[in-house]
Write a protein that binds this ligand. Structure first.
Ligand code: AGP
Length: 609
């Protein structure tokens, strides 16, 4: 979703800003812009399309400035036009970039128009620029004006303002949309994501909800929600600088699929050994909480939600703990009941998904005993807002379609199953099976990635298809859901997932030779049931692609193509069977020629509702 970069320095900052935007491209956007102050002169350049279009439009005249802000926009209010792209200006003096949505923008617009401000865009963001200009008429001080103006905003914002009359200063404000300040020597930076600033600094201050900060070349002043000046911790980033490289792969998504054995090794390192789960891996006090936990509520969105649904099967079957899973955007707008001794678990790659964050805040007020976030980004809002956190260690995930974040979430959730099961008389045999499964998982994934060539060949058969059906049973049902999400996200083929026992309750009507049916078939206790479902499809002329264990004894014929997935322990089968489905969606998208890493209309991190 939208990205922000800003800098105040002695040198020309334009290349820092452009590089920052390039490093945020993965988040998804439709236009980009930059504003620079050079000797009291304000220049703004905006372009529809990629950052490259913007960079091509920058020249010696409009590309100089020691203070600047830049933005990639993902349209919410107002179409994809140059006029709606950020930065937005007021009085040809103030420039503003903004992530989030100002929900009361219509009211503000009417008030500001009545005061004589002229609007040139359809965006909610332009109200920020004029609101600050209006406050400047009263206070004459930029920081004070921002502190006052933000009180009139409803909704979410991460915003940065500059004034050409005070050229060595940026003022930033955060509420519901992340912002991080990067500390340099004699220069300072800011961004919506630390990834943007890794080429220039590794020292960061993550702003908290309600913070407003004034940044100059050699100072950072932060004010909290009450307007009191506060100190915030400086964090040395451990994120790899070159995490944004494709490492020889054609797409980030393919690189991230192939990184899974390595990141899974990292995810379990120091956390699990032949002796079982290590002590204290869920943080201080976690064991006390787990001891009392009788019910788990999982809240997440998209792929992270699918990880949650898989965990429900594991927690109830292996750990003997009742569990419900809910999509964050549903949970936050309905009344729900909180059982006794309930633990809230949120799952998120980014830790900044607006709906998941809002659901967590709501749940915290409604009687949950404690909250745990399973997240890939240290210091993210979700991690900071949760009582307990567990980092998945997947490394930066750039492809919009989540891959390694999902499998590391599954590993984390298996570890949570062990941690909770310990207090619920989990049989030693089950514990040992999960432990061995996890320890052997990286190697098993390496083996499974060996299917890539076979799947690339199979993907050819999908290139002219418009619809598809994914089937699974038990804990493979959410894996089928995840497979369908991957395929629709990046190849734009309509894909639906069903628990295969549901087939005869409706979806069978869809079956014909034009609708490929993808079946996930490990050798488990539901295999015979699944085989009956496969026969139902065959009897109606369906064409199937079955990912199966060799002991499941499926044979390829004219109606069915079977891909043998390496045999694995049942507890880790959902992780293993995810890999061929990721590869399938990747190769189908490749054949279709879509934008694999930045699929249309989607953003990596959904920071608006
Ligand atoms: C997955 O491929 C998607 N890009 C999307 O569903 C994603 O999982 C969802 O937006 C949640 O994101 P989060 O894990 O960062 O909270």
């Amino acid at each position: 979703m939208c990205g922000i970069v800003g800098a105040v320095a002695e040198r020309n900052v334009v290349q820092i800003l452009l590089e920052g935007l390039r490093r945020l491209e993965y988040r998804g956007y439709d236009s980009a812009g930059v504003a620079l102050i050079n000797n009291d002169d304000l220049s703004i350049v905006r372009r529809i399309g990629k950052v490259k279009e913007l960079a091509d439009a920058i020249n010696d005249k409009n590309g100089k400035g020691t203070t600047g802000i830049a933005h990639t926009r993902w349209a919410t209010h107002g179409g994809v036009t140059e006029l709606n792209a950020h930065p937005h200006a007021s009085q040809a003096r103030f420039a503003v970039v903004h992530n989030g949505i100002i929900e009361n923008h219509a009211t503000l617009r009417t008030e500001l128009k009545a005061k004589g401000y002229t609007f040139v865009s359809d965006t909610d963001t332009e109200t920020i620029a004029h609101s600050i200009a209006a406050q400047m008429e009263i206070s004459g001080d930029l920081l004070q004006s921002v502190l006052t103006a933000v009180k009139t905003f409803e909704g979410a914002y991460g915003t940065v303002v500059m004034d050409k009359q005070t050229p060595d200063k940026l003022v930033v404000a955060r509420s519901g949309s992340p912002l991080v300040i990067g500390l340099g020597i004699g220069e300072n930076f800011l961004a919506s994501d630390q990834m943007a600033l890794l080429p220039v600094t590794r020292r960061f201050i993550f702003l908290e909800e309600g913070d407003v900060a004034q940044i100059t070349r050699d100072s950072v002043e932060i004010y909290d929600i009450n307007g009191d000046q506060v100190e915030r911790e400086i964090i040395e980033s451990t994120v790899e600088h070159d995490a944004g490289d494709k490492g020889g792969y054609r797409h980030y998504m393919l690189k991230e699929i192939h990184e899974q054995p390595t990141v899974l090794r990292n995810a379990i390192k120091g956390r699990i050994s032949q002796d079982g789960l290590q002590q204290g891996i869920f943080g201080e006090g976690a064991d006390e909480v787990f001891k009392q936990t009788d019910y788990v509520k999982i809240i997440a969105c998209g792929t992270s939600y699918h990880a949650g649904v898989t965990a429900k099967y594991w927690l109830e079957q292996y750990a003997n703990v009742q569990c419900d899973v809910e999509i964050a955007s549903e949970f936050r707008y309905r009344r729900s009941f909180v059982p006794q001794n309930a633990l809230l678990v949120t799952i998120s790659q980014s830790g900044e998904t607006a709906d998941t964050l809002a659901a967590l805040k709501l749940a915290k007020q409604s009687g949950y005993m404690s909250s745990l976030s399973i997240c890939n980004v240290d210091g993210s809002s979700l991690v900071r807002e949760s009582a307990l956190s567990f980092l998945t260690r997947a490394g930066a995930e750039i492809g919009v379609a989540s891959t390694k974040a999902f499998t590391t979430q599954l590993a984390a959730l298996l570890m949570l199953t062990l941690a909770l099961g310990k207090h619920k008389e989990m049989p030693t045999e089950t514990e040992q099976q999960i432990v061995e499964g996890l320890i052997g998982l990286p190697t098993k994934l390496e083996e499974t990635l060996g299917l890539a060539i076979e799947i690339e060949d199979l993907a050819e058969e999908f290139s002219d298809k418009h619809h598809s059906l994914f089937l699974g049973r038990g804990e493979q049902y959410p894996i089928a859901m995840e497979g369908a999400l991957k395929l629709k996200e990046i190849s734009y083929i309509h894909a639906e997932a069903y628990a295969s026992g549901e087939l005869k309750h409706g979806p069978l009507a869809l079956i014909d030779a034009e609708m490929p049916v993808i079946v996930v078939a490990p050798n488990n206790e539901l295999l015979e049931k699944l085989k009956s479902n496969v026969e139902e499809v065959r009897a109606r002329g369906g064409i199937m692609y079955v990912f199966a264990d060799k002991d499941a004894h499926f044979e390829s014929d004219e109606t069915m193509r079977v891909v043998q997935v390496p045999h694995c322990n049942e507890t880790i089968a959902p992780v293993v069977y995810t890999i061929p489905l990721q590869l399938l969606s990747y190769y189908v998208a490749l054949i279709k020629g879509t934008d694999v890493d930045q699929p249309r209309n989607l953003a990596k991190s959904v920071t608006v509702e």
